[in-house]
Design a protein around this ligand. Structure first.
Ligand SMILES: C[S@@+](CC[C@H](N)C(=O)[O-])C[C@H]1O[C@@H](n2cnc3c(N)ncnc32)[C@H](O)[C@@H]1O
Length: 216
């Protein structure tokens, strides 16, 4: 195993190229299924408008649209967004999904949303949370919510080269949002465990770090 540090990663200088190349390696890199914590949270809410940050291939966006949400899906990768649009057509929900290409460290889509969701937006590249999460909170409408889910630990089937990655605590994610304490309620802050299937069909437990806040 050679040493591997984020600052040596070529993608650090050009994340759009990194992600387009990563998506370009295979027809599909994610499962296409909705992320479980998002399904749990959104499942209790009345469908409204949702901003999906780092939407990837659209597993969440298509699920949300099929539940009646109007989705704005943002990603840095046009390869991912093209794939998402195909999935949306196939699922018959294309009319409820708008895709926008953005590097969210450089700019942010306008508007206010009932739900802003960031699911595993961080990995494998580290994004500056203090740069992306305050505008994500800004984009929440009064009475709306911001849900951020990150990996809390490497998966049990990960090799030793993931050891360099530091997983943020939920409190750290919350702090990076820089919320006015008088304007927000914290509805969830902690770890969630789930069982998942690894690349070779093995079963293991994954830990998600979850932050859910609601604007008053
Ligand atoms: C680990 S994937 C997660 C995708 C999806 N949310 C999911 O859970 O399957 C992270 C996504 O964030 C996108 N992304 C990374 N950096 C970004 C940035 N600066 N601006 C917008 N999207 C970005 C990547 O292209 C990728 O689709």
């Amino acid at each position: 195993m050679t040493g591997h540090h984020h600052h040596e990663h070529p993608a650090y200088t050009d994340p759009a190229r990194f992600w387009d190349e990563r998506y370009g390696q295979r027809d599909r890199i994610w499962s296409g299924r909705v992320n479980p914590v998002l399904a749990e949270v959104a499942g209790t809410l009345t469908p409204g408008t949702v901003l999906d940050l780092g939407s990837g291939e659209g597993g969440d966006a298509v699920w949300l649209a099929s539940k009646g949400w109007r989705v704005t899906a943002v990603d840095i990768s046009s390869v991912a967004l093209d794939r998402l649009a195909v999935e949306a057509e196939r699922a018959g929900v294309a009319d409820r999904i708008t895709t926008v290409r953005h590097d969210l460290t450089q700019g942010f889509p306008p508007g206010r949303y009932d739900l802003v969701s960031a699911q595993f937006f961080q990995s494998p590249l580290v994004l500056p949370r203090e740069k992306v999460l305050p505008p994500a909170a800004e984009a929440v409408a009064p009475g709306g919510r911001l849900l951020v889910v990150e990996h809390g630990a490497p998966p049990p089937w990960a090799g030793p080269d993931t050891g360099h990655h530091r997983f943020a605590e939920p409190e750290e994610i919350l702090a990076a949002m820089n919320l006015d304490p008088d304007g927000w309620d914290t509805e969830r802050l902690g770890a969630a465990r789930r069982t998942a299937t690894g690349p070779d069909g093995q079963t293991g437990e994954l830990i998600d770090h979850v932050v859910l806040v609601r604007r008053r």
